[in-house]
Design a binder for this molecule. Structure first.
Ligand code: DC
Length: 222
């Protein structure tokens, strides 16, 4: 099986790029953030504080998270219920961020990620794929962009959806999330030693996609 790991901070465009490359090469795209989001949603559904370690740990044996693919699109199920839409709500992002700092949650999701990878040629994106989940991945990419560029993209996206937003608070939120993700004790966001750093601050999607495909061809030879 061929495994491509794409890690990097929030808003660098990992999922868009991973999806485009997977479609082009016929690989399965696995969005691991969705798994953390579904555990966060499980906590919210129970009225728990997602940062409360005891409550979240006690909940884990009661939940089952699984992934399915409908027309090549990943769906995530929580105890059999499709929560793919729900996990995109802003409160789910915050809950995911809180539960992802808990080692028990990371351990809970580890096997699932490994099992899917074992059965498929895949592109998996997340924060710790190249460092923890798939340390032997054939290709590892650390995709990043400056906080200003990521905040600008998010700002444009929200404006296009008709939201009233200000740039500065978005930038501060991105800087804060980068800090949280890279300073947590459990599997912090960091570039694997053997990952290729791809800074896409000055590149468009097609250029990033071309570079990723080029890297895969060079490393895997297909
Ligand atoms: O990529 P995302 O925004 O959907 O991720 C949601 C949260 O899950 C984010 O706060 C980081 C966390 N996460 C993680 O800790 N490890 C991963 N492999 C993927 C996501």
């Amino acid at each position: 099986m061929i495994h491509v790991a794409i890690d990097g901070p929030s808003g660098a465009g990992k999922s868009t790029i991973a999806r485009m490359v997977a479609a082009e090469l016929g690989y399965v795209y696995i969005d691991t953030g969705a798994l953390y989001r579904s555990v966060g949603v499980a906590a919210l559904k129970r009225g728990f504080d997602p940062a409360n370690r005891e409550q979240v740990e006690a909940m884990l044996p009661e939940i089952e998270v699984s992934l399915g693919f409908v027309d090549g699109i990943q769906h995530v199920y929580l105890n059999g219920e499709d929560v793919s839409e729900e996990i995109r709500l802003p409160e789910a992002s915050m809950a995911a961020s809180a539960v992802s700092a808990l080692p028990a949650v990371r351990a809970f999701l580890f096997d699932l990620q490994r099992e899917i990878a074992a059965k498929n040629n895949c592109i998996m994106d997340g924060r710790d794929i190249g460092t923890v989940v798939l340390p032997d991945a054939d290709v590892k990419i650390f995709l990043t962009a400056s906080p200003e560029v990521r905040a600008r993209r998010r700002y444009d996206e929200l404006l296009a959806k008709g939201n009233q937003v200000e740039f500065e608070p978005l930038l501060q939120e991105i800087i804060q999330r980068d800090y949280n993700d890279s300073h947590r004790a459990a599997a912090p966001l960091k570039q694997a030693e053997d990952a290729v750093l791809l800074d896409c601050s000055d590149l468009n999607l097609e250029q990033v996609k071309a570079q990723v495909i080029d890297l895969i061809h060079k490393k895997v030879g297909v």
